[in-house]
Design a protein around this ligand. Structure first.
Ligand SMILES: [Zn+2]
Length: 51
């Protein structure tokens, strides 16, 4: 699954766990549920997306 591969790449470059949209830390509780999450709940809810 591509999301997981991206999460692994982000772990390698040190940005894992940071929201790709606003740069804030994604809460650990969210990462436990969705380890490949790329956005905090706030940005996800707003539907913003950046690649
Ligand atoms: Zn965010």
């Amino acid at each position: 699954m591509e999301d997981i591969e991206r999460a692994l790449a982000r772990m390698a470059d040190g940005t894992y766990g940071l929201c790709v949209t606003c740069g804030d830390r994604i809460p650990v509780a969210r990462l436990e549920v969705i380890p490949w999450a790329e956005q905090c709940v706030k940005c996800k809810a707003r539907g913003e997306r950046r690649r």
